[in-house]
Design a protein around this ligand. Structure first.
Ligand code: GLN
Length: 510
């Protein structure tokens, strides 16, 4: 074994391998670019790309949903290609380069460039996001108790990026113009890549993240080396995805595909195929595996409902902030996108300490109860926005405190579900299906954006008036939020009621 292969011999920082901190900063900057851009995306489509359309809210909701669905679905393919061919390091470089090009193309104000830029970010994220997350896990030996806290530190990095970026990109966009905001997102992504490259130079990753074997990149398919073919195909897929994104109009006005665009139809197909495959695997499995697999699918389903409401933050809630929240002297609508991450940074450590404290007293709730409570928190958070209309001023603007409280509650819900669920997936999936189940877990975010799109279209306001808002839009949003609150509270209550049964199915898994 050479010196470089042994991570445990290397310098530790706060008891963690130093490689973790390179991944922490690389992911921090990647999420900086991702969330800086996301903060501007809906408002940019409304104000620039679709500004001439009366149904610009509808078009924006549709494109936002397709983008979100594809940006998370691509991670399944990116993860697979990394396992089989590229290895995590190459995948992270390829993904990061494509994402930064995407952000810089977004700085060009042109409709076709816009769709192409989103596609480059979709493909890039597919290579970057799953692989940097798995990379963290490989820095620890199997069963190392430090791994969970390593992931908590990593989750903090994600949210530091998600907190700072909307503030800076939002400020740049408002002060100097949209393309400065998008440009800064691109610079953020490049910074992430430089950090990762420095880590490799300093040899902090040992032998982790290399391709599965020495020959795989050289192996030829269709006469081209795989190491070249994958990046070439990745780049070539971008214009095709751009075409999908730009066909945001509904396929039919009535019948089966009413109100659906081509991306919605593709996702219906993927959903059916994934469920059919899971049913087949459950049929093949033994009774213990079958129960655990069933619980993994249930938890993923609950997570999809939660993200479906949570991910409204970049679309309907940003619009609500722009049109109906009194932000005077506080922040811009784009900047409100930083609030979720801010609360995650404040709450992540106290909540994880709370679980440890409750565990010591034997009171730590089992996973399904945490999920039920998480959905209840989401419900209450939307209830807060729903009743905010009662405090509207003469211009139909509600106090900022409602939005702050809403994000606080939603972030508590997120911490009851997202990190807990991620670690349960690794416990519940049979070894042979672990990568697939992780893929399905990421797909929960992809499907969630289909819910986001559906709600966004329902709450679309028809107008080309730049200053649409006030009482004209207030009740559309608050009525919508009330309905969401009821669904989330209902879902949470059902999960809590079913928890004793789910708990039994989980056996020893906590
Ligand atoms: N906020 C987390 C991240 O950016 C999770 C987002 C999601 O899966 N929808 O990684």
């Amino acid at each position: 074994m050479t010196e470089s292969t042994n991570i445990s011999d290397q310098k530790q920082i706060f008891g963690h391998p130093q490689g973790l901190f390179y991944l922490f900063f690389a992911e921090l900057w990647e999420r900086f670019s991702f969330y800086g851009m996301r903060a501007l995306l809906t408002l940019y489509m409304i104000d620039v790309i679709f500004q001439a359309l009366a149904e610009r809210d509808y078009a924006t909701a549709a494109v936002y949903a397709s983008y979100g669905s594809l940006v998370y679905a691509s991670t399944v393919i990116g993860g697979k290609l990394s396992d089989k061919i590229l290895g995590m390091r190459n995948s992270i470089f390829l993904g990061g380069i494509l994402m930064s090009i995407g952000h810089f193309v977004l700085a060009i104000e042109d409709n076709m460039a816009f769709f192409l830029a989103l596609s480059l970010i979709i493909v890039g994220n597919g290579f970057f996001k799953p692989n940097i997350s798995t990379f963290v896990g490989t820095l620890y030996e199997k069963g190392d108790p430090k791994k969970d806290s390593g992931f908590t530190i990593f989750y903090m990095g994600i949210n530091i990026g998600g907190w700072v970026a909307p503030l800076l990109c939002g400020w740049l966009a408002a002060t100097y113009g949209w393309h400065y905001g998008f440009g800064l997102a691109g610079i953020g992504m490049l910074t992430g890549l430089i950090v990762f490259w420095r880590g490799i130079q300093k040899n902090v990753f040992g032998d982790r993240g290399l391709p599965p074997n020495e020959h795989v990149l050289e192996k030829k398919v269709l006469g081209i080396k795989q190491g070249i073919l994958v990046p070439v195909l990745a780049v070539l897929s971008a214009p095709l995805i751009a075409l999908l994104l730009s066909s945001y109009k509904a396929i039919a006005t009535d019948g089966m595909f009413a109100d659906q665009n081509i991306v919605n139809v593709i996702f219906t197909g993927i959903g059916i195929a994934v469920l059919a495959y899971l049913a087949f695997e459950m049929y093949k499995a033994n009774s213990k595996e079958r129960k655990e697999l069933f619980v993994a699918v249930l938890l993923t389903f609950f997570m999809t409902i939660f993200w479906g409401f949570h991910e409204l933050s970049g679309s309907v809630i940003t619009l609500f902030a722009a049109r109906n929240i009194d932000l005077e002297g506080i922040m811009s609508a784009a900047q409100t996108n930083s609030l979720n991450s801010m609360f995650i940074i404040i709450l992540a450590i106290p909540i994880s300490m709370m679980w440890t404290w409750l565990s010591k007293k034997n009171w730590n709730p089992r996973t399904p109860y945490k999920f039920g409570l998480g959905l209840l928190f989401a419900g209450i958070s939307f209830y807060v926005l729903a009743i905010s209309g009662g405090s509207a001023n003469d211009s139909g603007l509600v106090p900022f405190a409602y939005l702050l409280l809403m994000y606080f509650l939603l972030s508590v819900g997120e911490l009851f579900m997202s990190p807990v669920g991620l670690s349960k997936m690794t416990d519940l999936a049979p070894m042979r299906l672990i990568a697939f189940i992780m893929g399905v877990w990421f797909l929960s975010s992809a499907f969630a954006f289909q819910i986001v799109g559906f709600i966004g279209k329902q709450l679309a306001i028809e107008s080309t008036d730049k200053n649409v808002g006030g009482f004209e839009t207030l009740t559309v949003y608050t009525d919508g939020f009330m309905l969401i609150a009821k669904y989330a509270l209902g879902a949470g209550a059902l999960v809590l009621l079913a928890s004793p049964i789910i708990k039994k199915l989980m056996g020893k898994v906590h």
